[in-house]
Design a protein around this ligand. Structure first.
Ligand code: FES
Ligand code: FES
Length: 162
């Protein structure tokens, strides 16, 4: 066991765990942040997506030692208090919030993409599909998710903030 500190959703948290423990398990088991889900456990589905220093990663492929002294954002950290991130708001409004396994990872990845301001132009839908290609839904489809992320991107571009 090793005492490790990481900043999770803006708060410094210290855990006493093996540095080899998966970040996914530390978040869920040691920090009770169960919004991050496990799908495949092999880096294929994106259900476990969190942001590490602002970049989307699969928490099932990151050991907590790699996250020490770095910033982790989970789906619980996307909203600003009661104010949802634009991606969360649009997923809800447009019916893009699907099952509880895929949706958290999609929301986290989409929020990072929208915040970077890289979605624009006539091929926004194709850009969103490409940028979210690592987030798999096994059952429902992607149309409403793409609708929501495009709307969130347009809203952030217009208002200047998520
Ligand atoms: Fe991590 Fe599927 S659970 S990518
Ligand atoms: Fe979540 Fe298909 S895997 S709706």
């Amino acid at each position: 066991m090793t005492a490790l500190s990481l900043t999770v959703n803006g708060t410094v948290r210290t855990v006493d765990v093996s540095p080899w423990k998966r970040l996914l398990d530390v978040l869920r088991e040691d920090l009770a942040l169960t919004g991050t889900k496990e799908g495949c456990g092999e880096g294929e589905c994106g259900a476990c997506t969190v942001l590490l220093d602002g970049a989307p990663v699969c928490a099932c492929l990151v050991i907590v030692g790699q996250a020490a002294d770095r910033a982790v954002t989970t789906v619980e950290g996307l909203a600003d208090g009661p104010i949802l991130h634009a991606v969360q708001r649009e997923l809800v409004v447009r019916g893009g919030a699907q099952c509880g396994i895929c949706t958290p990872g999609i929301a986290v990845c989409a929020a990072a993409v929208v915040d970077r301001g890289v979605i624009h132009g006539d091929d926004a839908r194709a850009q969103v599909r490409q940028l979210l290609a690592g987030n798999i839904c096994r059952c429902t489809g992607y149309q409403l998710i793409v609708d929501a992320v495009c709307a969130a991107a347009a809203s952030v571009a217009k208002d200047g903030a998520a």
